[in-house]
Ligand binder design. Structure first.
Ligand SMILES: N[C@@H](CCC(=O)N[C@@H](CS)C(=O)NCC(=O)O)C(=O)O
Length: 216
């Protein structure tokens, strides 16, 4: 069955799918669209008009974590644990990453010191759960890479892309999370899953929101 992934270049929900397909060495075609200027064929195909979507033959899969679940079934090398409870735990922790993406964008969009502090407090509260999980295992839900880690990896490509303009240490007080991010960056397929000018695109996207931290 042919796989065609429709994505945008800086979308973390999309990059997690690209990364997982590359890691599992599953052949696919990748179509980038400009999310600010969605083509009609995409609006017709995507129920929420969001990326990513994955065409599997004539079927259209949406929601990145569901897409990850599906592509994980396409090879014998599963990225999920064997035990059903552990699978559910893995999925729950992957779902938690969705919340982190939302708050991270809010931190990077906050226009005043007050809004920035508020969103950072929220982000640190979410990070504290990650830190606790990472006290138990090397990765987010196991001592080996699992599907949940592929959900997190593109979150932690956004932060290094902004390192030249960030005047605060987002991982301050979270040593295990900092080490985890380094471990994610060691996934061999991560770099090839990003477009060549990814850092510049992320910087442009965030700068256009005129966030508080950028001006400091
Ligand atoms: N829950 C969705 C979120 C996807 C999402 O928010 N995609 C963003 C780009 S990163 C998008 O298409 N935004 C356009 C919009 O919401 O109008 C998933 O995990 O796939």
């Amino acid at each position: 069955m042919s796989l065609v992934l429709v994505a945008s270049k800086t979308c973390p929900h999309c990059i997690r799918v690209v990364l997982t397909l590359n890691h599992l060495k599953i052949p696919y075609e990748l179509k980038y669209i400009d999310i600010e200027n969605r083509p009609d064929w995409f609006i017709k195909a995507s129920p929420l008009e969001r990326v990513p979507i994955l065409f599997v033959g004539d079927a259209v899969l949406f929601e990145s974590l569901v897409i990850l679940d599906y592509i994980n079934t396409l090879t014998p090398q599963s990225l999920l644990p064997k035990d059903n409870l552990q699978i559910a735990l893995n999925r729950a922790r992957a779902e938690f990453s969705q919340e982190i993406i939302e708050i991270l964008w809010s931190v990077f969009s906050a226009k005043t010191l007050e809004a920035f502090d508020l969103q950072m407090k929220e982000l640190r509260w979410l990070f504290s759960s990650l830190e606790t999980w990472l006290q138990q295992t090397k990765f987010i839900s196991d001592n080996v890479l699992t599907l949940a880690d592929f959900a997190y990896a593109p979150i932690f490509t956004i932060i290094p892309a902004l390192k030249q303009v960030m005047n605060f240490d987002i991982f301050d007080g979270f040593p295990r999370l900092r080490a985890y991010v380094d471990n994610l960056h060691a996934i061999p397929e991560l770099k090839m899953s990003l477009v060549e000018n990814y850092d510049q695109l992320i910087q442009k996207k965030i700068q256009s929101r005129e966030p508080y931290f950028w001006k400091q």
